[in-house]
Each structure stands twice: as structure tokens, then as C-alpha cells.
Design a binder for this molecule. Structure first.
Ligand code: SF4
Length: 386
């Protein structure tokens, strides 16, 4: 399955559609968010708790490592209790892949070139095909085949794509095309180059990621640069941000990347001014509090947090709801029109109340606010009429 000519349609709209449980990936489906449990499937309760927290944060698909038979044996229970489709991550052992497929996982992540003889590949493919499971071929720059390292001298985009091609061919030789490909590296220029090259060659969905990106402080930025660059070019059907942190942080980062490119719109986006000498409120604290208290709200709203009433209203006009700081007070705006004035220590409570009250048309445009409806219904103990 090869792309043979350039055209203007973004790669992600031309890829093959695969289904990971009930989540569509490829062919223009919304870019999905993945993460991976830190818990082993052996710890069923711990894994379920983790998957539940990931689902609440907005994950679409969760992967779990299946390192041995004990882990594989617990998969049916995990699948049964998981609120999102589960992917089994297998290395080398084809029997574990078959056991995972039989346990009801929604996708396998394994490299067929690493499981040995053709009969083993065929057995895994048969198990996947029978149940409609896609297989992700995952190339990692850090574990390229020796002969490719000898041929290219070091990990290059070409070497990574050649490695992917080998694994893909083993599946294609079995007539299997429900394939997803990833080409991860901890080096952003390398992963960008590899995915660009892969997008020229394959029409399989691409799973994006910067591997081993580090702690959230740097990892979020590194991931956003790598993943965001590709997404902006129309490359990438699903993604995982890999952080040395609670995986919930990966989901928040992934959501922010997608929302920053208008590829997803389901939560509150904060627009906050950087502050300057006109500040009359504690803007940094205010912005952080607004972000923390709106993080889990599922409403596609843009909220502007402005430090003063001089430029605030103008800047907030593009947002659905705006706050502008005044001397010891805050002004609240809906679609650019001031609707309330509240004491500074009540600003965030009033904002949350307002967010609760506005109704949003899910089909609304990404920015604007002309699709939200709001009927004033204020708790006078929180808000004072201006
Ligand atoms: Fe300065 Fe006001 Fe603009 Fe914020 S909104 S940067 S405080 S002028």
C-alpha cells in the first residue's frame, strides 16, 4: 500500500481507516490520544484505576505492556473493566500476542520481524484478522537492526523507514493491511524526518511520538515541537506524548497540542496575557487558578484572562468568556461585552459559575463565541451587578 504521487490532500485524510475498538484511526478520523499504563496488568486493580484516570483526562486508547504469561492471563479482566480500548504491547513472544488477541484487546503493538519464523507471523496475523485487530509496527531509533546501523552509519530517517518497511512487508505478505506505523526517536529532527519520509511512502495511519521526551517541564515542549510540526503538516493520525510522569500528564499535553492546532475542541482553552506594568491583579496566580479549575471541564470554550481593563476587553473579544483585572476587582465579559463586576477574590468562582451557565453548541466554530448561549442567572452572594 504505497503512496505514488504528491497531492494537496493532507496525509491523514488519505490514510487507511483502522478501528481500535470503537475508535476510528486514519482516513481523516479525529486525531486520537493514546497513553500507556505504568502499572503491570498483573496488578489489575491498579491498572483499572490508572486507565480510569486516563479516561477522565480524555484518553482515547490505552496501551499496556504484556511482558509475560502472568500479565497475559490478567488481560481478560482488564479488557472487561476498561472504559477505553486496550492495546497489548508485546516484544518478541508471539504466543503472548495470540493470548492478548484472545483476551479481547483492541490492537497489538509488535514488530513481526522480531518474533521469528514466518509461521509465527502468520499465527499472529490470523489471530488479529479473525478479531479485526490492527497491528502497530513500532520503529524506535534506539533499537534499529544492526545491519541497518551498519548500512547507514547511525540512526537516520531512511534507516528507520527501511526498518518499518521490513516489518510492514511481513504483514503485507500475509495479506494483512490493518497496520499502524510509528517511527519514534528522542531526537525531534530525526523523528520529524522519519515521519515525513514515511508519509511519502505509506498510506497506513501514523502514530506520532517523541520517545523518552523527559519530564513534563521539557518533555511537553519537545513533544509539542515534534508532534505539532508533523500535525501542522497534515501528518499523524494518533499520538502519544511520552513523559517521565503520571501518564495523566501525557493526556493533558496531548490534548493541549491538538487543541492548539484546532484539531480538537472539547475543553476550556485559556488565553492569558503575559502581564505588564498596567497589572492591577495577581495575574499569574489568577491564570494558574483558572487553568487548574477548568482543566477537567468538558466544554469547548475559550476563556481569556487579562490583567487589566485597558486592553482586556479588546483582547477578550475573541474569546467566549473573558476576565479583566481592575483595581481590587475583576470584570467578566461574555463575547466581548462586560456582564459583571466582582471582587478580586471572587473572580474565579464567578468565572466557574459563568462557564457552568453557558450552553455550547457542539457544532460551533472553533473560535468565536457566536454559538454559545447564556442567560444571566447569578448568585448574588458571588456576583455584584456593575
Ligand atoms: Fe498589560 Fe493589560 Fe495587556 Fe495584560 S491585558 S499585557 S496587563 S495591557
Amino acid at each position: 500500500m504505497r503512496k505514488t504521487q504528491e497531492n494537496e490532500v493532507p496525509h491523514r485524510e488519505r490514510t487507511r481507516r483502522v478501528m481500535i475498538g470503537d475508535v476510528a484511526v486514519g482516513a481523516g478520523a479525529p486525531v486520537s490520544i493514546q497513553s500507556m499504563t505504568l502499572s503491570s496488568p498483573v496488578d489489575v486493580a491498579g491498572s483499572i484505576d490508572e486507565i480510569q484516570r486516563l479516561a477522565e483526562a480524555g484518553v482515547d486508547i490505552v496501551r499496556t505492556a504484556v511482558p509475560n504469561e502472568e500479565a497475559a492471563a490478567r488481560l481478560p479482566e482488564l479488557v472487561k473493566n476498561s472504559p477505553v480500548p486496550l492495546v497489548a504491547d508485546i516484544h518478541f513472544n508471539y504466543r503472548l500476542a495470540i493470548a492478548a488477541a484472545e483476551a479481547g484487546v483492541a490492537k497489538l503493538r509488535l514488530n513481526p520481524g522480531n518474533i521469528g519464523k514466518a509461521e509465527r507471523v502468520r499465527a499472529v496475523v490470523d489471530a488479529a484478522r479473525e478479531r479485526g485487530l490492527p497491528i502497530r509496527v513500532g520503529v524506535n531509533a534506539g533499537s534499529l537492526e544492526r545491519d541497518l546501523l551498519a548500512k547507514y552509519g547511525h540512526p537516520t530517517a531512511e534507516a528507520m523507514v527501511e526498518s518499518a518497511r521490513r516489518h510492514v512487508r511481513l504483514l503485507e505478505d500475509e495479506g494483512f493491511e490493518d497496520i499502524v506505523i510509528s517511527l519514534k526517536s528522542s531526537r525531534v529532527p530525526l523523528m520529524i524526518g522519519a515521519y515525513r519520509l514515511a508519509a511519502q511512502e505509506f498510506l497506513y495511519p501514523l502514530h506520532l511520538g517523541v520517545t523518552e521526551a523527559g519530564t513534563p517541564r521539557t518533555g511537553n515542549i519537545i513533544s509539542a515541537v515534534g508532534i505539532g510540526t508533523l500535525l501542522a503538516e497534515g501528518i499523524g493520525d494518533t499520538l502519544r506524548v511520552s513523559l517521565s510522569a503520571d501518564p495523566v500528564e501525557e493526556v493533558h499535553a496531548a490534548r493541549t497540542i491538538l487543541e492548539s492546532l484546532d484539531l480538537r475542541r472539547e475543553s476550556v482553552r485559556i488565553v492569558a496575557c503575559p502581564g505588564c506594568g498596567r497589572l492591577q491583579v495577581d495575574l499569574i496566580r489568577l491564570a494558574e487558578e483558572v487553568e487548574a479549575r477548568t482543566r477537567d471541564i468538558r466544554k469547548p470554550l475559550t476563556v481569556a484572562v487579562m490583567g487589566c481593563a485597558v486592553n482586556g476587553p479588546g483582547e477578550a473579544r475573541e474569546a467566549d468568556i473573558g476576565i479583566a483585572g481592575g483595581r481590587g476587582e475583576g470584570l467578566l465579559y461574555v463575547r466581548g461585552a462586560m456582564v459583571k463586576k466582582v471582587p478580586e477574590n471572587k473572580i474565579v468562582d464567578a468565572l466557574i459559575e459563568l462557564i457552568d451557565e453557558v450552553e455550547v453548541d457542539p457544532k460551533r466554530s472553533v473560535r468565536g463565541g457566536d454559538q454559545i448561549t447564556w442567560t444571566p442567572d447569578w448568585d448574588e452572594s458571588v456576583a455584584q451587578t456593575s
